[in-house]
Design a protein around this ligand. Structure first.
Ligand code: PLP
Length: 410
């Protein structure tokens, strides 16, 4: 670290509690002193730090947002058009209707759409509507769903109930104790755990990602649909991370299961803040009465970016390309590890690929990150490809991985 970056870090920590707005961008998430904390420019697959170093991003393409690549020309051009014509008005923008129609065309089971600007916020809307529609309070969930009270309520009972998603040192302080007993977690592929929650509680909603880091076991997803239906609970699929990866829409479309509500954020705006809650009229129409309203949910940049992203995604079969790139990287990790006798575990669908080192997992991934930075790559234990990743990026990255795996093994 240069003296300048040490001083900058001190200023950040003095003014920004935790050092970042997002847990995964906090200083403690990065290899100490190595991973550049701030960027000056991001374009395509490249990111430049404040000192002008250029890196190829082989990590999460902006925490899963820039599925088309950073600063995609077509999306940016659509955004510039609406900026030129006023990104905000006293009136509603027409793009929100066009986007709602496109989302319902892509998801024929859905009737209506509301918007927010982040995933956690959109999930809070979905849960609010499920509670309004059922007249019940309790929620069963699987996995991570953001920072809102409905979800963190699960951690009031004990630190294990959020499936390990709270970082060490974080707790649900600030969440009203009265919410204890309103949210319960179950593990992926554990229908028995969901059944046990349903046996004890009248559920408003079951909230889950249709796919997490591992494949669904046969019968698991249809089992969830059936259990939620019989319990009279609203089934909410969180597609914040899984959406727009293998297809232009929710991954549930590929898995042959339909929820009552699906929530999108991250990739839907390709780097511009946007989130959508789409669902059956029986649930969504409660947004007419239930208090779900915010000024900037009516701005125009998010819907324009989402429309351009979805169209470009669909026109170029981006899901197919992301799957191919992710599969090539998974195969490359496997081959490189076998070559040097390094024990790794690879999991996740191809466009959301994860790499774990079996021995000394944390120090090994830290070392991997540091050595890859030296080779010009931002790379850690996750790889979420974008449409901007060309075959040569993958080849250069895998050549570096082979060198670095050998160093880790040594
Ligand atoms: N749901 C899932 C599955 C996520 O991965 C995330 C963020 O990582 C969220 C919800 C929260 O979304 P946001 O960070 O946009 O509030």
């Amino acid at each position: 670290m240069t003296n300048e970056s040490v001083e900058r870090e001190r200023r950040v920590l003095a003014r920004i509690p935790g050092g970042a707005q997002l847990l995964s961008k906090r200083p403690e998430q990065f290899a100490p002193g190595q991973w550049p904390r701030h960027y000056s420019r991001a374009k395509g697959v490249y990111t430049w730090d404040l000192d002008g170093h250029r890196y190829v991003d082989m990590s999460t393409s902006g925490i899963g947002t820039c599925v088309l690549g950073f600063a995609d020309d077509e999306v940016d051009s659509a955004v510039r058009d609406v900026i030129a014509n006023g990104s905000m008005s006293t009136l509603n923008c027409i793009e929100e209707l066009e986007l709602a129609e496109l989302l319902c065309e892509l998801h024929p089971w859905a009737d209506m759409v509301r918007y927010a600007r982040s995933g956690g916020e959109a999930l809070a809307i979905a849960v609010r509507l499920a509670r309004a529609a059922t007249g019940r309070s309790t929620v069963a969930f699987c996995g991570y769903h953001g920072w809102h009270d409905w979800y963190l309520a699960a951690n009031l009972a004990g630190p294990s109930s959020l499936d390990g998603h709270l970082l060490p040192g974080l707790d649900p302080s600030g969440v009203p104790a009265q919410l204890a007993g309103t949210a319960f977690g179950f593990r992926y592929n554990r229908l028995d755990e969901l059944e046990a929650i349903i046996a004890e509680h009248q559920l408003a909603a079951v909230v889950m990602e249709p796919i997490r880091e591992h494949d669904p076991e046969p019968g698991f997803l249809p089992g969830v649909v059936e259990l939620a239906r019989r319990a009279g609970a609203v089934l909410i699929f969180d597609e914040v991370t899984s959406g727009l990866r293998v297809n232009t829409g929710g991954i549930h479309l590929e898995l042959g299961v339909e929820p009552d509500v699906a929530v999108f954020a991250k990739a839907i705006g390709n780097g511009y803040p946007m989130a959508a809650v789409l669902g059956r009229a029986a649930v969504l129409e409660h947004a007419q009465r239930s208090f779900v309203s915010s000024t900037y949910w009516t701005e125009r940049i998010g819907p324009a970016a989402a429309l351009a992203t979805l169209r470009r995604h669909r026109d170029n079969s981006v899901g197919t390309r992301l799957t191919a790139v992710g599969a090539a990287v998974q195969a490359g990790w496997r081959a490189a590890a076998e070559e040097v006798g390094l024990a790794v575990r690879i999991h996740g669908i191809a466009p959301l690929s994860h790499l774990r080192f079996v021995e000394q997992p944390q120090p090994s991934v830290t070392l991997f990150t540091q050595l890859m930075l030296d080779q010009g790559f931002l790379a850690g234990g996750s790889f979420y490809p974008s449409f901007a990743h060309q075959d040569e990026h993958v080849e250069e990255y895998l050549a570096a991985v082979r060198t670095v795996f050998a160093e880790i093994r040594a």
